[in-house]
Design a protein around this ligand. Structure first.
Ligand SMILES: Nc1nc2c(ncn2[C@@H]2O[C@H](COP(=O)(O)OP(=O)(O)OP(=O)(O)O)[C@@H](O)[C@H]2O)c(=O)[nH]1
Length: 302
């Protein structure tokens, strides 16, 4: 008699946590490919990014949610809503914290949002390479008092430490389900969004002291030309004329350098020559304009 085939397990997993705790680094380490942009500056991950991990007889689909914090603008509200939407559709929630930051109001706020969720919540304590074993034990105790986590996994996403344990814990909670995506698919993040993130990151690195969060990037066109080149046109939104001057730089130097670096990175990612056309526009309240938010992918198209 033929043996019964082992059931396949699969599910959607939301990664939540304060900005800068290492969500993108963890995703990249687990998936082994650069799909979300790692930056030293908070809040670059603004779009929902899906990564797919294929294990033995299982598949985990990760949703990388934006850093959660109490909303102060329409943009913040849209991000919070996107996160809440993501949380209501998932099978597992992974709450990731950084061991080097003290637990704060931000963590308590996130935990309050998770309170009524019926799915397993796994706590990942990241950046263990920066603390001692004793300090880690204290953290574990402190966090367990705050919430009844299904599991607690200490890792170092950057040093790829204990990631096997992380994956086996995730695997343990995956319900029976289909293989949602083919094996060779690592991300379904549209190329446009990846391009936006890259351009935004290059600009922020060059202008961060002056304009921390006033920059929004939108890919207007992404098309393959007959000569094999990919033509990409992005609009960079800023809030004031003075910021436009900073983004462009003296004789266009800032935009030129950021554009060059972004183009090289995009070329590496898509494996084709790229023509990157960047335009800067002033829109006083781009963060509060619904239509731009929709186009930037922060809201569902109606
Ligand atoms: N030492 C150490 N640094 C880490 C580790 N994981 C991430 N980092 C660093 O922490 C910073 C933030 O990491 P990200 O992965 O961008 O954090 P994020 O949570 O995705 O941030 P947002 O995009 O703002 O949501 C980067 O400088 C990483 O290199 C770790 O395990 N150890």
């Amino acid at each position: 008699m033929a043996e019964k085939a082992e059931a396949f397990h699969s599910g959607f997993i939301a990664l939540v946590g304060r900005p800068n705790v290492g969500k993108s680094t963890l995703m990249n380490a687990v998936l082994g490919e650069k799909i979300s942009i790692v930056s030293r500056h908070a809040q670059t991950t603004r779009n929902k990014i899906t990564g797919v991990w294929n294990g033995e007889n299982c598949q985990a689909v990760f949703l990388d949610t934006p850093g959660m914090h109490k909303p102060r603008s329409k943009l913040g509200e849209a991000i919070r809503q996107a996160t809440m939407d993501a949380l209501s559709e998932v099978d597992i929630i992974v709450f990731i914290c950084s061991c080097v930051d003290p637990m704060g109001a931000g963590d308590r706020y996130i935990l309050s949002l998770l309170k009524d969720k019926k799915v397993p919540v796994i706590l990942v304590l990241n950046k263990i390479d920066l603390i001692t074993r004793e300090e880690l034990m204290k953290k574990v105790v402190q966090y367990s008092k705050m919430y009844d986590f299904s599991d607690i996994v200490p890792v170092s996403a950057q040093q790829a430490e204990n990631l096997d344990t992380f994956l086996s814990v995730v695997q343990k909670y995956l319900p029976e389900g289909p293989k949602y995506f083919p094996d060779d698919m690592v991300t379904d993040q549209p190329e446009r969004n990846i391009v936006q993130e890259i351009v935004r990151e290059k600009l922020i690195t060059r202008t961060r002291d002056e304009i921390p969060h006033a920059i929004g990037v939108f890919t207007e066109e992404f098309s393959e030309r007959e000569n094999g080149k990919v033509y990409i046109r992005c609009t960079i939104y800023v809030e004031r004329e003075s910021q436009k001057r900073i983004v462009i730089g003296k004789n266009g130097s800032v935009l030129k350098e950021a554009g060059k670096e972004a183009r090289e990175e995009i070329q590496r990612l898509i494996g084709a020559p790229v023509f990157l056309d960047l335009w800067v526009k002033v829109s006083r309240d781009w963060k509060n304009k619904d239509y731009i938010l929709r186009e930037l992918g922060y809201k569902e198209h109606k």
